[in-house]
Design a protein around this ligand. Structure first.
Ligand code: ZN
Length: 253
């Protein structure tokens, strides 16, 4: 009889453990906009669908909003990770709130045009945050491209081959390249065999980091994000899952 009680206790503990695992590990809030370039909205919708499903499987909180006014202290303090899907803060107040969030150890995952900045952006903090990268060039039309993994041992490269063909995207080149910044770790790069890439707009040569982190912050930038084909490749999908889960592990409470 005593043995039976022990077994049922063990079962109970097992169930309890499952319950513990089911607790939320981190809370992510994705910002996007629906009044931007159509291809950027398409990606936003696909990304929200993909990450919402992943959030259920991996038990983290994934919320999304088109209201950038939520970039304020009150809302941001409820989250560990902020995700920008093809947009960025709309005013100085939101910029300051985001800086504060990041300086206090928050996480950021940014896609595609969310990293865009040029001479008219006038946000030096953000350029520094991005690792010094300033938009320089892109290919047009959007095209698939061969990518190389810079560090196969990195968590976001788990079960990712050292080289793979990424689906159609508009790839950005940056000048200066973030690779020149000693605090930046480049994680994926456009293979030079893609050159020249584009027809109307062409990237002819040079270094094109595609995914990187500025190690001074809990941040990760991914250039993928143009159009409705981004989530059509299982390898890249895994990379995107790895990316959000890695960021989650850095900010989890
Ligand atoms: Zn684009």
């Amino acid at each position: 009889m005593r043995r039976i009680i022990l077994i049922s206790l063990a079962t109970g503990i097992g169930f309890f453990c499952n319950g513990v695992q089911a607790q939320k590990t981190f809370r992510a809030l994705a910002f996007y906009s629906t009044n931007v370039e159509r291809d950027h909205v398409d990606f936003a919708h696909d990304a929200i669908g993909y990450f919402s499903k992943l959030a259920k499987e991996k038990t983290f909180v994934f919320d999304s909003t088109t209201d950038w006014a939520n970039t304020n202290d009150t809302v941001l303090k409820k989250y560990d990770l902020v995700i920008w899907i093809n947009e960025f803060p709309h005013n100085e107040q939101q910029r300051r709130a985001f800086e504060k969030f990041m300086n206090n150890g928050g996480g950021w995952l940014g896609f595609h045009v969310s990293g865009y900045n040029d001479k008219d952006t006038h946000w030096p903090w953000f350029v520094d945050f991005l690792g010094g990268a300033v938009f320089y060039n892109n290919n047009w039309p959007p095209l698939p491209a061969k990518l190389n993994v810079d560090d196969p041992s990195h968590p976001i490269a788990k079960k990712i081959p050292s080289t793979f063909k990424a689906p159609i995207n508009e790839w950005y080149q940056w000048k200066p390249s973030p690779r020149l910044n000693k605090n930046v770790k480049v994680l994926l790069t456009l293979d030079t065999s893609n050159y020249p890439i584009g027809k109307k707009d062409i990237i002819h040569s040079g270094d094109v980091p595609v995914v990187w982190t500025n190690t001074q912050y809990k941040m990760l930038y991914m250039n993928m994000g143009h159009g409705d084909k981004i989530f059509t490749d299982p390898i890249q999908n895994r990379l995107l899952s790895n990316a959000i889960l890695w960021m989650g592990s850095r900010v989890a409470h």
